[in-house]
Design a protein around this ligand. Structure first.
Ligand code: UDP
Length: 235
């Protein structure tokens, strides 16, 4: 079996990826597929941190655009990520993976609070740690939360699971001439304004020398982890 290139990674999955074919919310079959990908990664011996977005349920910015106070709307968005984290945890545990959900906003009856050193211990014991509630602060995103946790946990790479097999110069679904990159620099992502992760997340990974690996959730994470699949590395 192919060896993984990394020993500890953070996987970021957007909330929308959990919708499957639905317009809103959580599609359990899709969550199960993502959970089995995560389990496959752990079976390679990789320690996996997971950050799930909340856009399938609630996005602070869109509610703020309709007149809601941004900070309150963002707290609602963070709560949405906790719901998604619990759904993913449930699917992971149903297939035998050991997990912990750690929230940046304390809610002890539901999950553990985020404590960095405790999260490290969970990873060392082979548990998948699902980081919920983003950074715990409004005006941020789960992309930035993912970059922050990846740096705190000493992850060797940040994996971003998407609908396409890497980064393109334009949306390949709309532009047939879009160019696909195998590798690209952080700088090019920022200057070309490519929509990979938000700018704060890209800056944070750049400052900490954490490569971003963009791969297709449909193709699966194992190919990207072993360097054999199709993906784009930002470094
Ligand atoms: N959010 C926040 N602070 C964070 C992370 C998330 O305020 O550190 C809120 C924000 O309102 C955001 C929502 O949670 O719109 C859902 O997160 P995000 O949009 O990053 O989810 P994704 O696009 O990945 O599904």
């Amino acid at each position: 079996m192919a060896e993984p290139i990394y020993r500890r990674v953070l996987l970021k999955v957007s909330g929308e990826a959990l919708m499957g074919g639905r317009e809103f919310g959580i599609d359990l079959d899709t969550v199960e597929r993502i959970a089995s990908e995560v389990k496959a990664a752990t079976e390679l011996g990789v320690e996996v941190c997971l950050v799930v977005g909340g856009g399938n349920i609630f996005r602070g910015l869109s509610m703020a655009a309709k007149g809601m106070e941004r900070a309150s709307a963002d707290y609602m968005g963070m709560l949405a990520t906790v719901m998604n984290a619990l759904a993913v945890q449930n699917s992971l545990e149903s297939i035998g993976a050991k997990t912990r959900v750690m929230s940046a906003i304390e809610m002890q009856e539901v999950c553990e609070p985020y404590i960095r050193r405790r999260a490290m211990r969970h990873l060392e014991k082979g548990r998948v740690v699902i980081f919920a509630a983003g950074t715990g602060n409004p005006f941020f995103t789960t992309d930035t939360g993912a970059a922050l946790r990846a740096a705190e946990m000493g992850c060797e790479a940040l994996f971003k699971g998407t609908q396409v097999d890497g980064i393109y110069s334009a949306d390949p679904k709309k532009d047939p001439n879009a160019e696909r990159y195998d590798r690209i620099s952080y700088r090019d992502i920022l200057t070309k304004d490519l929509q990979v992760m938000d700018q704060a997340a890209v800056s944070l990974t750049r400052e900490n020398g954490i490569p971003i690996v963009v791969f297709s959730l449909k193709d699966g994470i194992v190919g990207a982890l072993t360097g054999q699949g199709k993906f784009t590395t930002v470094e």
